[in-house]
Design a protein around this ligand. Structure first.
Ligand SMILES: Cc1cc2nc3c(=O)[nH]c(=O)nc-3n(C[C@H](O)[C@H](O)[C@H](O)COP(=O)(O)OP(=O)(O)OC[C@H]3O[C@@H](n4cnc5c(N)ncnc54)[C@H](O)[C@@H]3O)c2cc1C
Length: 508
């Protein structure tokens, strides 16, 4: 595009071909189609990818939809299962079990939110556990799944779902998608970068072979090291490990030895927590921990002795630090994925942060000078995303009653960020839940964790008292039985996957 004015971006270079790199490439070729802007991705097979990241959030469905990807095809190609939420075991107290679902509890009855009526019902001693009033929870625990419906009378209208998939297959799927639509893939190891002496902008990267790749905009998807954003631009890292101390993980897949339920599981351990992510052909397992509270050897032992089936590979150890780059967009370089920051995978938020990074980049797509106004707005939006996720993850730790190990005692007694302290206090006071215009986790999510971890408000919304006790009890019971009946009639999770796959098979 030699006739394009100089101030426009002509060539985008993506550094790295992990999930972040290929999601970015796929989205950019789709959203910039017809502009003449080229997208080149450089990856190195020798360096490889981080190779974990199997649980997602419902937002990924919008991403796939934006790309025009058929969901059944995606599920078949990535060995995916359905995810209705995350089950947390032993987080509040040992023996506790609750699900953070992708959907709301109950139905609004009158002026107050459903949970206020439940709080009063519980105080009266007649409430069922909170989860029984939530369709995706009951569905998950009964190993059932049915697609959401658009029928206001059905509980199947009020929930969403995500996938548990093989992340390397998802990356390969998107690599195929992006290259078919014009993205250029370059294999090779980047050994240096050329920065403009005046502006400090990245002008090109050079491969081991000597090949130079130039561009106006660089997306750093190089993983934890931050090849451009940190090693070249020295952006700096905001370390949040005082708040989220876990800094290591062991990961190992195993054969399926139990149910392939439509949910991810997180079980709290003495020095961290363990994940279980069922895919169609195996279970993904990992132990996230802090080396100050449990040794590497003990963490590995705890993981290996709890596997439900034969290990399918050697366990891998990963190192990380909670936090984010001081600026996710610095000069003409935007860090997306692990290069931008990392928050432990307790709520499967990393892929979603990749998505937010891409969406904000597309929305604020710059001219070649990457104006400060665009960068500042991008950084403001991404900082907000990171901070709100950080607070939500911290809630799981600080709202514990466990006293059996130093990690849990320290987390209970730590000083919370003001933003989190306010949310907890507001809920404790009278059950009000923060309602944000933006941010990943909305009130139903906060509520599920507050109540799941035994934070009981001192009072409920006084408007609840205007309803007669019998009427309230009858309504709650109606909600519960409608959900139980709907779940009873829905198909099994595996039957659903098979039928979805079969549809794809016929269509292909
Ligand atoms: C323990 C753990 C569990 C996780 N679980 C989840 C989860 O359940 N859900 C979720 O959403 N996320 C999860 N994540 C995060 C998820 O794995 C990542 O967000 C995702 O894989 C994206 O990684 P990436 O593409 O940024 O980096 P990587 O996968 O590390 O990719 C980096 C790329 O850069 C390339 N590269 C690096 N240096 C060079 C160079 N010099 N030259 C050329 N190429 C180079 C590499 O070859 C590679 O292609 C987890 C992460 C960890 C650590």
């Amino acid at each position: 595009m030699a006739d394009r004015p100089d101030h426009m971006v002509r060539d985008i270079v993506i550094v790295g071909g992990g999930t972040a790199g290929w999601m970015t490439a796929a989205a950019l070729v789709r959203r910039l189609a017809g502009t003449g802007i080229s997208v080149t991705l450089v990856e190195s097979a020798e360096i490889g990818t981080v190779g974990v990241g199997e649980a997602t959030l419902p937002q990924i469905r919008y991403f796939n939809e934006m790309l025009g990807i058929d969901e059944a095809e995606l599920m078949a190609r990535t060995s995916a299962t359905i995810k209705l939420g995350i089950e947390f075991r032993d987080w509040g107290r040992i023996g506790d079990r609750y699900i953070h679902p992708f959907g709301a509890h109950g139905e609004r009855i009158g002026p107050a939110d459903f949970h206020h009526y439940w709080l009063k019902e519980q105080a009266a001693g007649t409430a069922q556990p909170f989860g029984r009033y939530c369709y995706p929870i009951v569905s998950a625990w009964n190993d059932r799944f049915e697609l959401p419906r658009e029928d206001p009378a059905s509980p199947l209208t009020h929930f969403s779902y995500a996938f548990q998939f093989d992340a390397s297959l998802y990356g390969a799927f998107l690599a195929d998608y992006a290259q078919k639509r014009g993205a250029k893939r370059v294999e090779g190891k980047i050994v240096s970068a050329d920065l403009d002496g005046e502006s400090g902008f990245v002008r090109s990267v050079t491969l081991e072979s000597g090949t130079q790749i130039a561009g106006e905009l660089f997306v750093d998807c190089s993983g934890f090291r931050g090849l451009l954003i940190e090693e070249q631009l020295e952006t700096g890292f905001e370390d949040w490990s005082d708040w989220l101390p876990c800094n290591r993980a062991w990961a190992v897949p195993c054969a399926i030895g139990g149910e392939v339920g439509p949910y991810t599981r997180s079980t709290a351990r003495t020095g961290g927590w363990q994940w279980r992510i069922p895919l169609q052909h195996r279970i993904g397992n990992g132990h996230v921990y802090c080396d100050r509270y449990v040794s590497d050897g003990d963490a590995l032992d705890q993981l290996m002795t709890s596997l439900e089936g034969e290990p399918l590979a050697d366990p891998r150890k990963l190192f990380f630090v909670a936090g984010k780059r001081r600026r996710l967009w610095n000069r003409n370089c935007i860090a997306i994925g692990l290069s931008g920051g990392f928050l432990e995978p307790l709520e499967s938020t990393s892929i979603d942060l990749i998505q937010s990074g891409i969406e904000n980049l597309v929305a604020l797509f710059p001219e070649a000078d990457c104006a400060a106004a665009d960068r500042d707005e991008y950084n403001r939006l991404m900082d907000l995303e990171f901070e709100r996720i950080r607070d939500f993850l911290m809630l799981h730790y600080v709202a514990t009653q466990r006293d059996d190990a130093p990690l849990w005692r320290d987390m209970r007694n730590m000083t919370w960020p003001d933003s989190l302290a306010e949310k907890i206090e507001t809920f404790r006071h009278r059950g009000a839940v923060p309602n944000y215009a933006s941010g990943l986790f909305q009130p139903p999510s906060w509520l599920a964790v507050f109540i799941g971890q035994n934070i009981v408000p001192e009072a409920w919304d006084p408007r609840v008292d205007r309803m007669a006790d019998e009427e309230r009890s009858a309504h709650l019971e109606r909600v519960r039985t409608t959900i139980a009946d709907a779940v009873e009639r829905s198909s099994g999770h595996l039957a659903f996957i098979k039928s979805y796959g079969a549809t794809f098979g016929d269509a292909a």
